[in-house]
Design a protein around this ligand. Structure first.
Ligand code: ZN
Length: 328
């Protein structure tokens, strides 16, 4: 696992250190939460602090519900997620949809919330500032829907500029359409956008992580793409018959080491229209697999960069530069 990613995970966990006493981190709870659906329903409701909740209790709700069956209030993911969006009896497809709705509500309205319970069958969200806001919902097996069964009072706390619910996974999902439309969407753009859209201050590292997650989802895992290099090499040879394309694999370990791309057309273009100067540079490949990109660049008649050849090597060293510069 690459270093940044490990740090990222540690930071995610660190985010939850300031949870109020007695609360449980959602990520830990999710693992525990995958319990079979046939577990007993009876005991856990007793744990709820009834005095702090308004509205009818679960039994009343279920009776009332059967009479208003056709007037059910279904959650619309396209709604504006305003402060009053949750109501008793509101239906969700799954606990996952409920969780995402609460998350979006919390980010849009600037409330910090936490999850004392986060399981497939029952979820509870509370305001981290300690105000009376809370939501409790559980799975109704007969209807196969997730239903809000208790609603606390509205928030009396102030808007917060940082939000624990805006995790990198949530941001990745939220910004997926933007990133898909433009793969070069940057962390700075995400920071600006989140500030304007949600009045939310995001840490840049979190934005990088979110973009990385979204890109991995869009492009598939990077490792899988390296599997396709052999066919990519054959395709390059097919389209540029006189070009030089080369892949080197460690003979002992069979691990990818180097890849060289030198289109004949670019070489001829350089000879025909560029000044006789070649710039050489290398940069790090910031993917999980690392490596270096080495480039030979010329300057065209407009003094613009003109790529001549490039290669991916394991590390920038005399051996790798020599290898790069002695290709044809
Ligand atoms: Zn609150």
């Amino acid at each position: 696992m690459r270093k940044e990613f490990r740090e990222a995970i540690i930071e995610e966990v660190d985010d939850s250190r300031d949870l109020p006493e007695g609360s449980i981190d959602i990520r830990m709870e999710e693992e525990v939460g995958d319990v079979p659906h046939d577990r007993g329903d009876d005991d856990e409701d007793a744990i709820l602090d009834d005095e702090l909740l308004s509205g009818p209790d679960i039994d009343d709700f279920e009776e009332t519900n059967s009479t208003i069956g056709q007037m059910v209030n279904r959650y619309d993911p396209m709604c504006d997620h305003n402060e009053n969006m949750f109501s008793l009896g509101m239906r969700f497809e799954s606990h996952e949809q409920f969780k995402n709705a609460v998350r979006k509500y919390a980010v849009i309205n600037g409330f910090n919330i936490f999850w004392p319970r986060s399981q497939k069958k029952r979820m509870e969200a509370k305001c981290a500032s300690g105000c009376g806001w809370r939501l409790y919902g559980s799975w109704v097996q007969a209807e196969k829907t997730f239903v809000i069964k208790r609603v606390g009072s509205l928030h009396s706390c102030n808007r917060s500029l940082t939000n624990r619910q805006a995790t990198s996974t949530w941001l990745a999902r939220e910004y997926m359409p933007k990133i898909r439309a433009r793969l070069t969407y940057s962390a700075t753009e995400m920071q600006t956008d989140a500030r304007e859209r949600f009045a939310l201050i995001l840490n840049k590292k979190k934005c990088y992580r979110a973009i990385w997650t979204a890109l991995s989802h869009i492009r598939g895992p990077i490792g899988k793409q390296y599997d396709m290099l052999r066919s990519y090499l054959e395709e390059l040879k097919r389209v540029s018959k006189n070009g030089t394309f080369m892949m080197e694999v460690n003979p002992a370990t069979k691990v990818f080491e180097r890849f060289y791309v030198g289109f004949d057309e670019l070489k001829n273009g350089f000879l025909a229209g560029c000044r006789r100067v070649i710039g050489l540079d290398g940069c790090f490949l910031k993917t999980g697999l690392r490596g270096m990109l080495l480039c030979a660049i010329g300057r065209d008649g407009n003094n613009q960069m003109f790529p001549i050849a490039w290669a991916i090597v394991e590390v920038e060293s005399e051996a790798s530069w020599t290898w790069f510069l002695t290709r044809d």
